[in-house]
Design a protein around this ligand. Sequence first.
Ligand code: ZN
Length: 277
Amino acid sequence: MSAKFYVIKKSKLFIGLMILLIAATTILGSSMIRVKSADIEKPKGYIAIIIDDFGNNGKGTNTMMNLGIPITAAIMPFLDSSVKDAETAKEKGLEIMLHMPMEPISGKPSWLGPGAIKCAMTDQEIQLNINDALDQLKWAVGMNNHMGSKVCQDRRTMEAILLTAKSRGIYFVDSKTAEKSVIEEVAKELDVPYFIRDVFLDSTKNQKEVEVQLMTLANIALRKGYAIGIGHVGPEGGEITAKAIKKMYPKISEKGVKFVFVSDIFDIVDQMKSDGK
Ligand SMILES: [Zn+2]
């Protein structure tokens, strides 16, 4: 092999290597950019789904816990499965809320469950019941009302409830079982973090209706930035609601709506405010 040929061959090899290197960098670079832009692509809206009535061994409990979708589990206190459900929810990485029974205008007292808040109670009794419930469900970062159409319209009772929530550092979600609820007004006055439920998802035997409600929730989120829906385990929803959520999850995600926990929505609203929206 002549020296000249050797040099040419060597330089060709060098050029070849350079081309390969440039090509590799370009391909790698563009795929990295793709990953990065997908990462930072902001959702167009956020939904938080609260599932009420855990703690009662209701239909769909197991399916709901194992959806692998962020749902906020609202658990009733002092029932046979209260602690068990809270432990399972914790293990599955779900957010936990206290689903506190509160006196309704009408309805059977037996629907209320133990430890319920009634308008005839003193502030101290109310405080005691909520604190006991929160001691049992110690992972709870928020609370909402189970029933409660009477309590939610009673200013003195709601003040006692919301002050207790404040003292425990938890948020409150008005399930909106009463048209004239004073929760928003009182929560603002007392500076308690709160949200109002946007959509009830179930209380039907028809899965299709739950799917429609889920899409309504997603559309509110696209318009408002976020939305909060409430579904149930037990006779008001259960397996039907779980199946509907599972089916609609990819469809709603495709629309750019992200499933989050209720506590995440507080940060999202703060961000929206600082973005001037
Ligand atoms: Zn309930």
